[in-house]
Design a protein around this ligand. Structure first.
Ligand SMILES: Nc1ncnc2c1ncn2[C@@H]1O[C@H](COP(=O)(O)OP(=O)(O)OP(=O)(O)O)[C@@H](O)[C@H]1O
Ligand SMILES: [Mg+2]
Length: 365
C-alpha cells in the first residue's frame, strides 16, 4: 500500500495486473460507458482511490509492448489541472487497459444535451476556458506536441466542482486506426467534430483539434447538438444557422432561441466569434489554442471572422491549403504476428518497464 501511494505521489505510471483491476472494478460490474476505443468501468482501490478503467479492444503483443510502454510512459507524466490524470495501465495477454482518475460528474454531453439547466451560462463559459487551456497545454507546452484528434463533449469530464478535464489524450496515437491489435471503430475523430482534413487526403496538424473545439463551442453556446434533426430544417445544423445570423447582424435571434440572459449576452457573442474562427475551413486561419484561451478570457480583441462555410454555400470552390509544415505521423504500434505475453513478464519489472520508469502495483491488493 505504501509503495502504491508513493508511486502515485511520485506520479509515475503504474503497471497493474489483470487480477488487481478485476478486484478494483468488482469484476467489471459498474459500467460507466463505452466509446470508440473500448469500455469504461468504475473501480476503487483498497486505499479508497476511485478510478475509471478503460478496457481497450485488442490483444497484447510482445512486439507492441515497448511502443505501448513508451506512449503510456509519456501520457502518464503529463499533468495539468485541465487534463484527466492517467494513473497507470494493464498490458497482459487478456487485458489491455488504461487506469484514469475518476471524474465524479461524468462528461459534458450530459449537461449540454440532457440536464441543460444544471449548469448556467457563466459556468459553461468557465468550462470552455478550462477545456481550451487543457488543449493548449497539449499543443504548446508538452515536450512533444500531442494532437488529441477527438475533442467532443464526451471527452470533457467534470470533477466534483465541475472543473473540466480533457480525457483520452494520447489514445489516438496508441490506437492507430491501421493497427490490428488495438482497434478503433471507424477512422480518427468523431463525425460532426472532425476537421475536413481528417477525411480528405490532406496534411493534418494540431489545427484539427482547434476545429473540433470550435464545434464543441457551438454546442456549448446552443446547449444542443450541432446536428439535430428534431428541430426545424433551417436550424438543423446549428453552426451554419449561427453564421447566417452573425453575417446579417441578427445575433439577437440566437439570444432568444438559446434563452441567453441579458447579463451573459456579451460572453455569448464572444464565444460565437471564437467558434467561427476555430472552424475556419483553412487550418492556418484557425487560431492557436493559447490565443483561443485569451479570447475566451476577454483579454484580447476578437477580429471579425470570415465565413467558415463558403464551400457549403454553393460559392467558389476552395483549393485545400497545404497546411503548415508540421504534419503528424502516427507511429504504428503493431507489426508482425501476435506473440502472447507470458505470465512471468507480468509479475516482475521488465527492462522495458525500467527504461520508461514504470512501476509495478503489486502491493495494492
Ligand atoms: N475518468 C472517467 N471518470 C468518469 N467517467 C468516465 C471517465 N472516463 C470515461 N468516463 C465515462 O465513460 C463514458 C465512455 O467513455 P469513452 O471514452 O469510452 O467514450 P467517449 O468519450 O464517448 O468516446 P471516445 O471513445 O471517442 O473517447 C464517457 O462518456 C464518460 O461518461
Ligand atoms: Mg472518451
Amino acid at each position: 500500500m505504501d509503495k502504491f501511494l508513493n508511486d502515485m505521489e511520485r506520479e509515475k505510471p503504474i503497471r497493474f495486473t489483470n487480477q488487481q483491476l478485476r478486484i478494483a472494478t468488482d469484476n467489471y460490474s459498474n459500467l460507466l460507458g463505452s466509446g470508440g476505443f473500448g469500455t469504461v468501468y468504475k473501480g476503487i482501490f483498497s486505499n479508497g482511490t476511485m478510478v475509471a478503467v478503460k478496457v481497450l479492444r485488442g490483444t497484447s503483443d510482445k512486439k507492441i509492448e515497448e511502443q505501448f510502454m513508451a506512449e503510456v510512459g509519456t501520457i502518464g507524466r503529463i499533468h495539468h489541472f485541465n487534463l484527466v490524470r492517467l494513473y497507470g495501465f494493464c498490458f497482459e495477454k487478456n487485458l489491455i487497459a488504461m487506469v484514469y482518475e475518476y471524474m465524479g460528474n461524468g462528461s459534458l454531453d450530459r449537461y449540454l444535451f440532457h440536464e441543460k439547466k444544471t449548469l448556467g451560462y457563466e459556468k459553461l463559459h468557465e468550462i470552455a476556458v478550462g477545456t481550451a487551456r487543457g488543449i493548449a497545454y497539449l499543443h504548446e507546452e508538452c515536450q512533444h506536441r500531442i494532437i488529441h484528434y477527438d475533442i467532443k463533449p464526451g471527452n470533457i469530464l467534470l470533477d466534483r466542482n465541475f472543473n473540466p478535464k480533457v480525457a483520452d489524450f494520447g489514445l489516438a496515437k496508441l490506437c492507430n486506426r491501421d493497427n490490428t491489435h488495438i482497434t478503433m471503430t471507424g477512422g480518427r475523430g468523431t463525425p460532426g467534430y472532425a476537421a475536413p482534413e481528417l477525411w480528405l487526403p490532406f496534411p493534418i496538424t494540431h489545427k484539427c483539434d482547434v476545429y473540433s473545439f470550435g464545434m464543441l463551442l457551438f454546442e456549448i453556446i446552443g446547449r444542443r447538438r450541432n446536428l439535430d434533426t428534431k428541430v426545424a430544417e433551417s436550424k438543423d445544423w446549428f453552426p451554419m444557422w449561427v453564421w447566417k445570423r452573425f453575417e446579417t447582424g441578427e445575433l439577437w435571434e440566437l439570444m432568444i432561441v438559446c434563452e441567453i440572459e441579458e447579463k451573459t449576452k456579451e460572453i455569448a457573442e464572444r464565444m460565437v466569434k471564437i467558434a467561427l474562427w476555430c472552424v475556419q475551413y483553412r487550418p492556418e486561419l484557425r487560431p492557436m489554442m493559447s490565443a483561443v484561451v485569451k479570447m475566451l478570457e476577454g483579454s484580447v480583441e476578437i477580429p471579425e471572422p470570415d465565413n467558415p462555410f463558403p464551400h457549403f454555400m454553393g460559392g467558389t470552390t476552395i483549393a485545400h491549403p497545404v497546411a503548415e509544415s508540421q504534419t503528424y505521423n502516427t507511429t504504428s504500434i503493431s507489426s508482425g504476428s501476435s506473440v502472447m505475453v507470458s505470465n512471468s513478464s507480468i509479475v516482475c519489472a521488465t527492462p522495458v518497464m525500467r527504461k520508461y520508469e514504470i512501476e509495478l502495483a503489486s502491493s495494492i491488493v
